[in-house]
Structure formats: C-alpha cells, structure tokens
Design a binder for this molecule. Structure first.
Ligand code: NAD
Ligand code: MG
Length: 398
C-alpha cells in the first residue's frame, strides 16, 4: 500500500482538526506534507510538532515569524510561508497527492482550484468554492484528471448512494431521478417566528447535532447552508436543479438520499460526525476506521422528515433563486452572505437582517456568465463592498 501524501488547507478548523484525528490513527496510510491556517499559530505549531509537514502556511508575516520561532525551538524542520499565494504553494510544492480543501469561505477558492488543476485527489469541504465557480472548478477537475470526493456530509452520502459509474458519466440509463438533501433545520426550527429577531451569535452557533465552525453554524441556523449545498450538489452531480430536494430531518442520522426510477430510495446513515465522510474521502475506495461510534438504530426514538418552511428560512429561497439565475448570482449570494454573517457574529447586525443584506445585494448586482476566475473574483469583491454598505446603513438605523 502506498502512503498518501496529504495537504490540509485549513488544518486548524473543525474539518481540519477532524482530518488530522483520522490521519493520526493511520500512520501507515497517510503522511501529512502541508498544513495551513489563518491566525491560529499556537494550534498550527502543535500540529506541525506532531505531524512534521514539509510546509506550513499562515495568513501574515507576523504569524509566520511567531510560528518559525516556535518551530525552531522545537527543532521542527518545516518551511514556513505566509499569504494567499503560499496556500497555492502548499498544494503545488509539497509533493502532495491528496488535498483536504477545508478553508472556510471564498478564501479557499484559489488553492482549491490549484489542487483541481494539478490533478490531485481533492477532498472538498469548502463548498463556497463550488458555489462561486462551479463550472470552472468542475472543468479544472476534468482537465487535471484527479478525483473529487465530496466531504460535506450530504454530498458524501449522495456520492455513496450513486452508482459508481455516475461521477464519470451521469447517463439517464442509471435511473437516478432525484437527490434528497437532508437538513437538521438548525437550532431555530421550532422557535416562534416573533422571537427570531433577538437571536444572539451564541444561540445561532449552538447547533443541536453538529459541532462546526462559527460561519457554517450560522449558515445552518438560517439554512443558507442548505441553499449553498443545493448549488454544490448541482455542480457535483450534474442533475437539473428541480431534481434536487431539501428535507428537514432533525435527527441528522440519514445524511442524504438518492431516489431511483424503479422506486428504490438509497440512503446513507451514520452518526453526525464528520470523521465518517473524511475517512471515506481519504481512503476511497477502501473504508477505514474513523473513530466514530457505531450507529444504534434501536436507541433512536424515530426518524422524521418534513418539507422546510420557506417563510422561516428566507435564505433558502434566496439561494434557490440565485441558483436558478445562475452565472455569477451564486457568487454574489455567497459573498453577501459571508459579509452579513461576519457582521452578525462580530458587529451586532440583527439576525433577521442577514437575508435582507443578501437580498439587497443580489438585487443590486446583475448576473453575468461566470466564465473566468478574474471575473468571479471581481464580482466577489463588488458584492462584498455592496454588502458592507448595506450592513453599515442597517447598523446606523439600529
Ligand atoms: P472553521 O472556521 O472551523 O475553520 C476554517 C479554517 O480555515 C481554519 O483553519 C482557518 O484558519 C482557515 N481560514 C479561515 N479564513 C482563512 C483565510 N482567509 N485564509 C486562509 N485560511 C483561512 O470552519 P469549518 O467548520 O472547519 O469549515 C471549513 C469548510 O468546510 C467550510 O467551507 C464549511 O462550509 C465546510 N464544512 C464544514 C463542516 C463542519 O462540520 N465543520 C461540514 C461540512 C462542510
Ligand atoms: Mg453539510
């Protein structure tokens, strides 16, 4: 068995830490060759001391100086780089064959694209990359010739439930009719609508079933996360939007399903623990121990499924609308949402204003064909600026 050489983009985040946890128990299968983080230098230093990658990347010169000092003291021979371009170097210059793309948000797009172009096995957690540039990203994967393994639990579930030939040629003879993405409904699934106005970041980040980074936790509360995932599924699996459905399933045990022409529905079940999809992606097509407790169906009281209430989750409708518009609309949706969520988490933007910001920016910036990275990055920057302006205006009024 050859040892896989793994680069982890975003190693200090929730997905990054879980990835290292799986890798830790399989030293015979995986070697970590590059680790990256934005600001969490202390944790990155610990990770470097344990996994001894060839390259470590942080956001800025200050962080790089701090990391280099600690690594020197510990006599760890890791090359320290910094800045956005260094994230690409972590992929292209580390001799990796496998890249875990787990940076949150648009910041992960360029290094994820570099991994796609370079023909790596890409384990894609960074759904925003696909939302922004689905067409370019899928083309880059095709041209690079590497394997794309979805890590998002729903897409990983669907990948497991699809016939193996599907990813190469999704032909109608395979009988795939619909993809059913499950969603927990987040912490406010049953909160009376008139109480949503006062939701705090702490409440929004307290997800009932999953422990995740702050941005995706807020996205789960608003269900923007599921909207982004519909767009992600559209690009990953190449089915028309109307064949991608969302179901509320509060227990988070069925991670998603595929409905076939002959009446069969295949589902993937498991604990709500990201180490399962991470282990699947790392070892595919083999299956390895992931450190996840076995699922006990007899201990579950029930599994329930309902349609989402769209008036409770306006972000979901906005995402469907942007997906339908296509072109650069999903990139605008994503950028405006990133700004609105950051303003909610850090600057006191009221929770119910998150969809207002997104809607207002989507209305202000018309969609064009998303046919180059430069254009997408330009639209992303314009949408961020527009969202900042709307946020500022709202905060002045409150
Ligand atoms: P997180 O906030 O816990 O971690 C993000 C990582 O990205 C950190 O290592 C951080 O240092 C790095 N990072 C952040 N901004 C950066 C920047 N500007 N430049 C370089 N690095 C930067 O997030 P997470 O929950 O691990 O999520 C990561 C991605 O995986 C997201 O796209 C999320 O939607 C997706 N995802 C997460 C989960 C989950 O369970 N956490 C599940 C499915 C999908
Ligand atoms: Mg998900």
């Amino acid at each position: 068995m050859s040892v896989k050489q793994v680069a982890i983009l975003g190693s200090t985040g929730s997905i990054g830490v879980n990835t290292l946890d799986v890798i830790r128990s399989h030293p015979d299968r995986f070697k970590v060759v590059a680790l990256t983080a934005a600001k969490q230098v202390d944790l990155l230093a610990e990770q470097c001391a344990e996994f001894k990658p060839a390259i470590a990347v942080v956001a800025d010169a200050d962080g790089a100086a701090r990391l280099s000092k600690v690594l020197l003291e510990k006599r760890i021979n890791t090359q320290v780089l910094y800045g956005p371009q260094a994230l690409v170097s972590a992929v292209t210059e580390s001799n990796c064959d496998t890249v875990m793309a787990a940076i949150v948000g648009a910041a992960g797009l360029v290094p994820a694209l570099a991994a796609a172009k370079a023909g790596k096995r890409v384990l894609l957690a960074n759904k925003e990359a696909l939302v922004m540039s689905g067409d370019l990203f899928m083309q880059a994967m095709k041209m690079g010739g590497g394997e794309l393994l979805p890590i998002d639990s729903e897409h990983n579930a669907i990948f497991q439930c699809l016939p193996s030939q599907f990813s190469k040629a999704p032909n109608p003879g395979l009988g795939v009719e619909e993809l059913w993405l499950t969603a927990s409904g987040g912490p406010f699934r049953k909160t009376p609508l008139d109480q949503l106005a006062g939701i705090t970041p702490e409440q929004a980040c307290a997800h009932p079933n999953w422990v995740m980074g702050r941005k995706i936790s807020v996205d789960s509360a608003t269900m923007m996360n599921k909207g982004l995932e519909v767009i992600e599924a559209f690009w990953l699996f190449g089915l028309p939007l109307e064949k991608i459905k969302v179901l509320i399933h509060p227990q988070s045990v069925v991670h998603s399903m595929v409905r076939y022409r002959d009446g069969s529905v295949l589902a993937q079940l498991g604990q709500p623990d990201m180490r399962t999809p991470i282990a699947y992606g790392l070892a595919w097509p083999e299956r390895i121990e992931a450190g996840v407790a076995p699922l006990s169906l007899t201990q579950l009281a029930n599994l329930s499924f309902t349609d989402p209430e769209l008036e409770r989750f306006p972000c979901l409708s906005l995402a469907f609308a942007a997906a339908k518009t296509g072109g650069t609309a999903p990139a605008v949706l994503n950028a405006a949402n990133e700004i609105a969520v950051a303003a909610f988490l850090d600057d006191g933007l009221p929770y119910l204003q998150i969809p207002r910001v997104v809607e207002s920016v989507l209305n202000a910036i018309s969609s064009v064909n998303a046919d180059s990275l430069e254009l997408i990055l330009d639209v992303d920057a314009r949408a961020r600026q527009a969202a900042q302006d709307v946020v500022k205006e709202i905060l002045c009024r409150h």
